[in-house]
Design a protein around this ligand. Structure first.
Ligand SMILES: C[S@@+](CC[C@H](N)C(=O)[O-])C[C@H]1O[C@@H](n2cnc3c(N)ncnc32)[C@H](O)[C@@H]1O
Length: 203
């Protein structure tokens, strides 16, 4: 029973974090997507996780929670958000080996000197295809790649897209086409939160 009571108090804590991020206009993953990520980590037991766009660490919490003898690397363009993410993860999971980098993931990833077996993508939608382009060199065989906002608030299906959403919608559409390249990835789409793609790197 203790674990179940812990889950309930953790839920309140996470709902607070979620609300605080939203108040600051930081779009975060849904609670259900978070629980999905934590379950996948529990089952897959990755050794090196990379999160592109960790924000203030709400999503990182779920990615790190079930990590054992493994490392987590979080990248965010926004230094203040990244500092908050580091604080949150260090506070809750001091035993986990973490690296936090502030800056553009497209510049940081090529210089990282190890490979990853789990990547979570949740940064700029218009750049999704660019992340995918630089990732393969940094992927372990059979690495799992999960990307959020695949539906982009249903705008991906809309006939008319407002001017300020066009680049993001185009980016996500291009990403969807690339991630469905069956020679490189095995991909499924999941209808939770704002839509997820879940892919296995075939190499
Ligand atoms: C949707 S928010 C991340 C929310 C976080 N994953 C969560 O659910 O708690 C997207 C983040 O991506 C970051 N970002 C955008 N472009 C980036 C880039 N090229 N490199 C690194 N981070 C980027 C933004 O600063 C922002 O904090």
């Amino acid at each position: 029973m203790k674990d179940l009571y812990n889950i309930l108090s953790e839920k309140e804590y996470l709902e607070d974090l979620n609300r605080i991020s939203k108040e600051k206009k930081i779009p975060v993953i849904s609670y259900e997507v978070g629980r999905f990520l934590e379950t996948i980590v529990f089952i897959k037991k990755p050794k090196h996780i990379l999160e592109i766009g960790c924000g203030e660490g709400y999503s990182s919490y779920f990615l790190v929670k079930n990590l054992k003898q493994a490392s987590f690397t979080g990248i965010d363009l926004n230094g203040k958000r990244l500092a908050k993410a580091k604080e949150l993860i260090d506070l809750n999971f001091p035993e986990v080996d973490t690296n936090f980098y502030s800056g553009n993931a497209l510049e940081i990833i090529p210089d990282l000197n190890f490979k990853f077996d789990f990547i979570f993508i949740d940064a700029a939608k218009y750049e999704y295809p660019d992340y995918l382009e630089i990732l393969p060199e940094k992927l372990e065989s059979k690495a799992l790649i999960i990307a959020d906002n695949i539906f982009y608030s249903e705008k991906i299906f809309a006939r008319y897209v407002k001017e300020h959403d066009k680049n993001s919608v185009e980016g996500v559409k291009k990403f969807i086409a690339l991630i469905q390249n069956e020679e490189i990835f095995d991909t499924k789409f999941i209808d939770i939160g704002d839509g997820l793609s879940v892919s296995i790197f075939k190499n």
